[in-house]
Design a binder for this molecule. Structure first.
Ligand SMILES: Nc1ncnc2c1ncn2[C@@H]1O[C@H](COP(=O)(O)OP(=O)(O)OP(=O)(O)O)[C@@H](O)[C@H]1O
Ligand SMILES: [Mg+2]
Length: 321
């Protein structure tokens, strides 16, 4: 199948869960006591879903491949993605499983989070079939440390995608077990764009600085893009490093999902064949846009809002969308 005949621009393989966010809590939560929270939101969570949702808002055709339980949280995940135009026909609904949730307790400027992973731990490598991969031009996989059914088979999944002619990207996100046990030397040759943040890159390579980490993986990595929060991003392709400064946002609402929104902006340009610096600049823009509004998706409600805020806050005119 040629790229022009493909149904989707990107297939996103990843985890799905909901976030139950409690705000304006009376005082610090304590064991054995009941407190009241004045504000509550139940929203689509998970890094992969925020990425898929925002990339779809930026105009790409997306298919999501993940797993939920047959319950109200699962229905919320599917409906939220559909609402943003993401195709959900590849989401597997497993009656035996529960869709996971993260309970977020915001207090002052800090937060405590507890996650029940539920169905996200149950997506299996054999469910990522060639037939499904073949429908897309690009594979993005996120959060393998939360998905034990995929983590040890990443080389298999990425090789399969490359053999089918897809381009590929990976964001490992945090490892809750803090083992960071991925064999990058084996895996990265099949990953066209590797998208860690600074801390993740350092922990994954067991090095002490960004420079040492990049030197270590330079021999076998394709493009690496390191996300550096308010400092912007640094890329490395064929040994060439390019730093692109962040868009200055003086009023940050929160940075939840900034990395996923950066990925969405970067990949939206990458699949159009833009240069790495163009992709990086647009990723910095969408990362910064993310920080102008609550959570990971509210800055990306629709294309008009994206364009308006980009122009008003960052003097950036988005063309071609
Ligand atoms: N305060 C900020 N001001 C402007 N841009 C920002 C800010 N924070 C993040 N960004 C942009 O968003 C990008 C991604 O943010 P960050 O480095 O925090 O990713 P991350 O650690 O992977 O985030 P996440 O927790 O969502 O996974 C940055 O590279 C930058 O371009
Ligand atoms: Mg991240």
């Amino acid at each position: 199948m040629s790229n022009n005949e493909k149904k989707y621009d990107v297939i996103v393989v990843g985890e799905l869960n909901v976030d139950l966010i409690l705000n304006k809590i009376d005082s610090f939560p304590e064991m054995g006591k009941e407190k009241l929270a004045q504000k509550m939101d139940l929203v689509l969570g998970s890094s992969s879903a925020i990425f898929a949702s925002n990339l779809s808002s930026l105009g790409a055709k997306i298919s999501f491949l993940g797993k939920v339980g047959d319950d109200s949280f699962g229905k919320l995940c599917v409906a939220s993605l559909e609402n943003k135009g993401v195709d959900t026909s590849n989401i597997i609904i497993d009656k035996k499983l529960k869709t996971g949730a993260t309970i977020v307790l915001n207090y002052n400027n800090d937060r405590a989070m507890v996650t029940h992973p539920g169905s996200m731990e149950h997506l299996r490598t054999d469910e990522i079939t060639e037939d499904k991969l073949k429908e897309a031009k690009h594979l993005h996989l996120s959060s393998p440390f939360l998905q034990p059914g995929l983590k040890n088979n990443l080389v298999n999944i990425f090789t399969k995608a490359k053999n089918l002619g897809l381009t590929t990207s990976l964001d490992t996100q945090w490892d809750p077990n803090e083992k960071w046990d991925l064999d990058l030397e084996e895996l990265l040759p099949f990953v066209d764009v590797f998208l860690p943040n600074v801390q993740e890159l350092i922990l994954l390579t067991s090095e002490e600085s960004i420079e040492a980490a990049l030197n270590k993986i330079e021999k076998y990595a394709n493009t690496v893009v390191v996300k550096m929060s308010e400092k912007g991003s640094l890329s490395m392709t064929n040994g060439e490093r390019r730093e692109v400064k962040a868009f200055l946002n003086t009023i940050v609402v929160d940075a939840i999902g900034a990395g996923d929104s950066f990925n969405a902006g970067f990949i939206s340009k990458y699949i159009q064949g833009a240069s790495i610096v163009e992709c990086q600049t647009f990723g910095n823009l969408t990362g910064a846009l993310n920080t102008t509004s609550t959570g990971g998706t509210s800055a990306f409600e629709n294309i008009e809002k994206i364009k308006r805020v980009a122009e008003e806050k960052f003097k950036y005119q988005i063309n071609g969308l």
